[in-house]
Write a protein that binds this ligand. Structure first.
Ligand SMILES: C[S@@+](CC[C@H](N)C(=O)[O-])C[C@H]1O[C@@H](n2cnc3c(N)ncnc32)[C@H](O)[C@@H]1O
Length: 290
């Protein structure tokens, strides 16, 4: 059930819908038209809809007469086609190759890896990370580019989501590997994906909010990927850098282009050297060395 109104009336209309139908309403305002749509998702068509609509119309008229702008005050009730959200993203998830070294593919793809190509088979469920996002892509390319064949390189995946980076790292030979996320769903999905890829013994998944990690750590990593958002990268800089080995590489992603320079400055001020960065769509990701 949606009501087109003016933004000034969004709260009042939301409250009215919630009181009447017992469901919290959402609202968004179109930048182009300045129109605000307040929507309540109902389980079924309201009983005596004609009466309910009349009551809503009366309320909107009353609000307008009391001086609250209500815009077009258009009311619409329409069914939302059932959609299985755990399935609908699948059509966007295609096999992704990082050169001849790494292939990430969904579990339903029949694609066969090239000889010597590490394979990650993924079913991200509702957690972030299929490799299709530019920020994940940059992290994967850094993992491949910085892998040194016979060296022992450890890896920390901060904000693991589907576990994609940790699993790719395990397949590329990084060890030991730790994967952190504060979302229990991500930890479940990551673990399951690690089991499916036969690397669960190689990755330690931990449910933790990085805000709560100590700013000192004796456990350090050769390589860290932190695909988060700029605010957390800045806010948790000490927690993140405390876990990076001297000479180690950190990949920072989830940064909007316009925010990149402030993140870069903060990490350079902490003594890191900016070694590469790449922009794609509205994102810019960067790799730094300590
Ligand atoms: C953009 S996703 C990255 C997923 C995956 N690593 C990738 O590169 O595709 C960010 C992940 O960080 C997690 N995250 C966000 N803030 C966090 C925090 N404060 N502590 C731990 N995890 C966090 C989110 O739950 C989410 O799974």
């Amino acid at each position: 059930l949606s009501v087109s109104t003016a933004s000034a009336a969004a709260d009042a209309v939301s409250d009215w819908l919630e009181n009447r139908f017992g469901k919290p309403a959402t609202s968004y305002t179109s930048v182009a038209s300045h129109e605000t749509i307040v929507t309540s998702y109902l389980d079924k068509r309201p009983s005596s809809w004609t009466k309910q609509r009349a009551a809503l119309r009366a309320y909107l008229r009353h609000a307008k007469n009391s001086g609250l702008p209500t815009g077009s005050a258009r009311i619409s009730l329409r069914p939302v086609p059932p959609q299985d959200w755990t399935e609908s993203w699948k059509r966007h998830f295609r096999p992704l190759e990082i050169g001849p070294t790494l292939l990430i593919k969904p579990s339903w793809s029949a694609r066969v890896p090239l000889p010597g190509q590490a394979l990650v088979v993924l079913d991200p469920g509702l957690s972030f990370g299929t490799g299709q996002h530019p920020t994940t892509g940059f992290c994967l390319r850094c993992l491949v580019a910085n892998r040194q064949a016979r060296a022992k390189q450890s890896f920390l995946d901060i904000g693991t989501g589907s576990g994609i980076l940790a699993i790719a790292a395990a397949k590329l030979g990084y060890t030991p590997i730790e994967a952190l996320d504060f979302d229990p769903q991500a930890i479940r999905t990551g673990r399951q994906n690690a089991v499916n890829n036969d690397v669960c013994g190689k990755i330690q998944f931990r449910r933790v909010d990085i805000n709560r990690l100590p700013c000192r750590s004796t456990v350090k990593f050769t390589m860290i990927c932190a695909n988060l958002v700029s605010t957390i990268l800045l806010q948790c800089q000490s927690q993140i850098l405390a876990r990076l080995e001297r000479g180690g590489i950190i990949v920072l992603a989830g940064i909007l282009k316009k925010e990149f320079s402030s993140v870069r400055k903060a990490y350079e001020a902490a003594g890191l050297k900016h070694i590469s960065s790449q922009a794609e769509n509205e994102w810019r990701s960067g790799a730094f060395q300590s």
